[in-house]
Design a protein around this ligand. Structure first.
Ligand SMILES: [Zn+2]
Length: 319
């Protein structure tokens, strides 16, 4: 029995929690070696395939508690959630404009697009303005209500699996910084595969645990610092194998330009240096530059994949 004692979140859930042990989600191996410990959570590396994952971890039954309203106005955004999600709307929408420019090189609207983990529906709003037929899936009932109100699109509240969407229905699926949060990413990608039309496209962003930045920053890397909400940490290799296992071909990974507000960018400093964060925040607020949009070289993987077949039934082999 553990207390869920990540800094700032004790009051969040306010209850004792039994963490669960899990096997590797990619190859199902039980054997894994300790990789690092962050905020009392252990991250392990699968001895067979190399996938990094949090183990033990909080159970999926905690989902409603984690992604409550507090997640979007977090008191401790360096470890969990956002300081004020709404205040980042303009930067996020510009980012989604960039993503759509890329998507439309592959598929042109009008077409059906499903945003898995749509949060407040900002991507759906932008997609709708481009002529797409957007739908969203959102596990947070709080965020789903916001999305339904602001985006005017159909929002399926819950997980993708619980939505029971019809198969072969969407031309494009998107997952913006979502896969690392899921509890069974293989099942999630297999379900995305099922609802996509043949040769439909999947576009997503995911923190790159194999990047030079992740290696240099070690336990201070922002992907690990969010261990209270991140269950998996993908490299290009482990992600490619999971995509292949679930019936996708990985076409390309790339770095994208990420336009975001200076205020949002400053919040990313906090995990690395609280002092630098406070100084920068004071300077940005004092100069009234918080809403200035800057083009930040996005350090996550921007992934382009295409449905090529059905998910494999067999576990992936080691190597
Ligand atoms: Zn494995």
């Amino acid at each position: 029995m553990y207390w869920y004692c990540v800094a700032g979140t004790t009051e969040w859930t306010g209850k004792p929690l039994t963490l669960e042990h899990v096997s590797c989600n990619l190859c199902r191996a039980e054997e894994a070696s300790a990789y690092c410990t962050v905020n009392d959570f252990q991250i392990v590396r699968c001895d067979s395939c190399g996938l990094l994952y949090t183990n033990p971890r909080r159970p999926e039954s905690e989902l409603p508690d984690i992604y409550s309203e507090k997640y979007y106005v977090s008191q401790n955004p360096s470890t969990l959630g956002y300081d004020d999600y709404c205040s980042h709307a303009e930067g996020l929408k510009r980012s989604f404009e960039k993503h759509l420019e890329l998507i439309e090189k592959y598929v042109r609207p009008p077409a059906a697009i499903l945003d898995v983990g749509c949060a407040f529906g900002y991507f759906l709003e932008v997609a709708s303005s481009h002529g797409w037929r957007p739908e969203g899936v959102e596990v947070s009932s709080f965020a789903a209500k916001e999305a339904a109100r602001s985006a005017g699109a159909t929002i399926h509240t819950g997980t993708l699996s619980s939505a029971h969407l019809p198969g072969s229905s969407y031309d494009v699926a998107t997952m913006w910084d979502v896969l690392e949060h899921t509890f069974d990413p293989t099942a999630e990608l297999a379900e995305v595969n099922r609802v996509l039309k043949p040769y439909g496209y999947l576009f997503m962003t995911v923190p790159n645990a194999g990047s030079a930045l992740a290696r240099i920053m070690g336990t201070h890397w922002y992907g690990f610092k969010k261990v209270a909400e991140h269950n998996y940490f993908f490299s290009k290799n482990t992600l490619r194998r999971m995509l292949n296992k679930t019936g996708f071909a990985l076409l390309q990974t790339k770095l994208g330009i990420w336009p975001c507000s200076l205020r949002f960018l400053v919040t990313k400093l906090e995990p690395y240096s609280p002092t630098a964060y406070r100084i920068a925040r004071k300077a940005v607020n004092g100069l009234g530059l918080g809403h200035m949009i800057v083009n930040f070289r996005f350090i996550d993987m921007l992934v382009i994949a295409r449905k090529e077949g059905d998910p494999l039934r067999e576990p992936i082999s080691s190597g």
